[in-house]
Write a protein that binds this ligand. Structure first.
Ligand code: NDP
Length: 448
C-alpha cells in the first residue's frame, strides 16, 4: 500500500468512504505528483485531503407531539483554493463524517471542472425528513441554521441541496438565515424561482448528466436515441435524467428508491414521469404507490429478495442516481454480462473502486460523478452570478450555459486522459484536469 494512503488511513480511522474517494483519486494523480517536484514539495495531496475546517454541532428540535430530539449537524469546508466553499447539505440517517468528507473531497474536483470560481464543501445531518410533517422539517431546518449561519456567507460558503434536502428544506433554511442576519443574500442555492432561484436549477444535475452521456456516445459515433437505459433513484437527479432521456428518445426502463425498484419494459413516457413526480415530490410516498397505478408494473421490494437488482436487466446505458456505492463488483459483472456500453454516475461515487476497475477493463465507457453530475453545482454557480447581478436569466440562457459547461467538462476529461496515455478514461481525465487547477492555485496562494 502506498505510504500516503497508509498515513491517510491511520489519520482517519473508520472513514471508509473518505478513504475510498481518496484512493480512487490518488491512483490517477500520483504519477503526476511523482514527476513534479513542486507538487511534492508543497505537500499538495496531504493538504488537499485535510479539511480546512470541520464544524460539528447539535441540532435539537421538537416534534409535533412535544417530544425533544437531538441530531448531529455538520459542515465540512474542504478546500477554498478556487473560491468560496460550495457543496450540498444531505439530510439522511446514514450521514456521518466519513460520508461528508468523501462528498466534500469529490466536490473539490467537480467544482474545479466547471471552471467556475468555487471551492469544495459539503454538510448535512443524520436527520431523516421521511415521515416528518412540514412543521417538524421546518423546526429542524431552523435549528440547523441557528448554528450554521455563523459559518456560511455568499463570499465564504454557499450550501445547496442533496439527498433529503430539496426546495422545501432550502426555503426553511433560507428563511431562518435571512431572519438571523437581517440580510437577503445568495447564501444558499436551489432557492425558489420567485425569491432568488435560477431557472433550470432543479433540472440541472439530471439534464447535465444526460448531456454528458450524449457527448460520450457521440465521441464513439453513437447516440442516445433508441438506447435502453437503466436509471436508479427516483429523486431530483433521477427524475430530470429521465426527462432528458425521454426528450432525446432513449427508452428508460427502470427506476428505484430506498424501498425497491421497478422494471418497465414499455419505457417511461412524459405522463408516467408526471405521476412519478407527484408520488415522490408531492405525496412523498414510496414507489409501490406509483406501481399500483399500472396493471403491468411489478414493484420489487429490496427486502423481499436482497439478491434481486435492477442492474441485472439487459440495457445499453446505466445511470445510477440514488446514492454512493450502489454498483458493486457483482453489479458491474451483471452489467457487463448484459452488454452494457456506458455507465455515467448521477449519484456521487455510485460505483465502488472495484466496480470501476471491472467496467473499465471490459471497455465500458465509465464517467465518474465528479464530471458527469457537475451540472447541478454549475447551475448553482450561475444562480450565484444572477444573485450578484440582481438579474434572472431565461430558461434558454441557463440551459445553453449548462450545455456549454457539460461539453467543456467532457472535452477536458477526454483531452487530459489522452495526454496521459489513458484514452477514453474519463476518471483519470477528470481527476488530472481538476488536480492541475486546484494544485496550482494552492501553490500561488502560499502555505496559509
Ligand atoms: P433525492 O433525495 O432527491 O433522491 C435520492 C433518491 O435515491 C431517492 O429516490 C431515494 O429513495 C434514493 N436513495 C437514497 N438513499 C438510498 C439508499 N441508501 N438506497 C436506495 N435508494 C436510496 O436526492 P438527489 O436526487 O438530489 O441525489 C441523488 C444523488 O445525486 C446523491 O448521490 C447526490 O449526492 C447526487 N447529486 C445530487 C445533486 C443535486 O443537485 N441534487 C448534484 C450532484 C450530485 P427514497 O425516495 O425512498 O428516499
Amino acid at each position: 500500500m502506498p505510504k500516503f494512503i497508509e498515513a491517510l488511513k491511520e489519520k482517519n480511522p473508520n472513514q471508509d468512504e473518505f478513504i475510498q474517494a481518496v484512493e480512487e483519486y490518488y491512483e490517477s494523480v500520483y504519477p503526476i505528483i511523482e514527476a513534479t517536484p513542486r507538487y511534492q514539495k508543497n505537500k499538495i495531496l496531504e493538504r488537499m485531503t485535510e479539511p480546512e475546517r470541520v464544524i460539528i454541532f447539535s441540532v435539537p428540535w421538537i416534534d409535533d407531539k412535544g417530544e425533544i430530539h437531538v441530531n448531529r449537524g455538520y459542515r465540512v469546508q474542504m478546500n477554498s483554493a478556487l473560491g468560496p466553499y460550495k457543496g450540498g447539505l444531505r439530510f439522511h440517517p446514514s450521514v456521518n463524517l466519513s460520508i461528508l468528507k468523501f462528498l466534500a473531497f469529490e466536490q473539490i474536483s467537480k467544482n474545479a471542472l466547471t471552471s467556475l470560481p468555487l471551492g469544495g464543501g459539503k454538510g448535512g445531518a443524520d436527520f431523516d425528513p421521511k415521515g416528518k410533517s412540514d412543521l417538524e422539517v421546518m423546526r429542524f431546518c431552523q435549528s440547523f441554521m441557528n448554528e450554521l449561519f455563523r459559518h456560511i456567507g455568499n463570499y465564504t460558503d454557499i450550501p445547496a441541496g442533496d439527498i433529503g434536502v430539496g426546495g422545501r428544506e432550502i426555503g426553511y433554511l433560507f428563511g431562518k438565515y435571512k431572519r438571523i442576519k437581517n440580510q437577503f443574500s445568495g447564501v444558499l442555492t436551489g432557492k425558489g424561482i420567485n425569491w432568488g432561484g435560477s431557472l433550470i436549477r432543479p433540472e440541472a444535475t439530471g439534464y447535465g448528466l444526460i448531456y454528458f452521456a450524449k457527448h460520450m456516445l457521440e465521441n464513439q459515433g453513437s447516440q442516445l436515441k433508441g438506447k435502453r437505459c437503466l436509471v436508479s433513484g427516483a429523486g431530483n437527479v433521477a427524475q430530470y435524467a429521465i426527462e432528458k432521456l425521454i426528450d432525446l428518445e432513449a427508452k428508460v426502463i427502470s427506476v428505484s428508491d430506498s424501498t425497491g425498484f421497478i422494471i418497465d419494459e414499455n419505457g417511461f413516457t412524459r405522463e408516467k414521469l408526471d405521476l412519478l413526480m407527484e408520488v415522490k415530490n408531492e405525496r412523498r410516498e414510496g414507489l409501490e404507490s406509483y406501481a399500483a397505478e399500472f396493471d403491468d408494473l411489478h414493484f420489487q421490494a429490496h427486502d423481499y429478495d436482497p439478491d434481486a437488482s435492477l442492474w441485472k436487466t439487459k440495457a445499453d446505458c446505466a445511470f445510477p442516481c440514488a446514492t454512493q456505492n450502489e454498483i458493486g463488483e457483482a453489479d458491474a459483472k451483471d452489467l457487463i454480462e448484459n452488454e452494457i456500453r456506458l455507465v455515467a454516475e448521477g449519484s456521487n461515487m455510485s460505483c465502488t473502486n472495484e466496480a470501476i476497475r471491472i467496467l473499465q477493463e471490459s471497455g465500458v465507457l465509465y464517467a465518474p460523478g465528479k464530471a458527469a453530475n457537475a451540472g447541478g453545482v454549475a447551475v448553482s454557480g450561475l444562480e450565484m452570478s444572477q444573485n450578484s447581478q440582481r438579474v434572472g436569466w431565461s430558461r434558454e440562457k441557463v440551459d445553453s450555459e449548462l450545455q456549454n459547461i457539460m461539453k467543456h467538462i467532457h472535452g477536458q476529461c477526454l483531452s487530459y486522459a489522452q495526454k496521459n496515455n489513458k484514452p477514453n478514461n474519463y476518471l483519470a481525465g477528470a481527476n488530472i484536469a481538476a488536480f492541475f487547477k486546484v494544485a496550482d492555485a494552492m501553490i500561488d496562494q502560499g502555505v496559509v
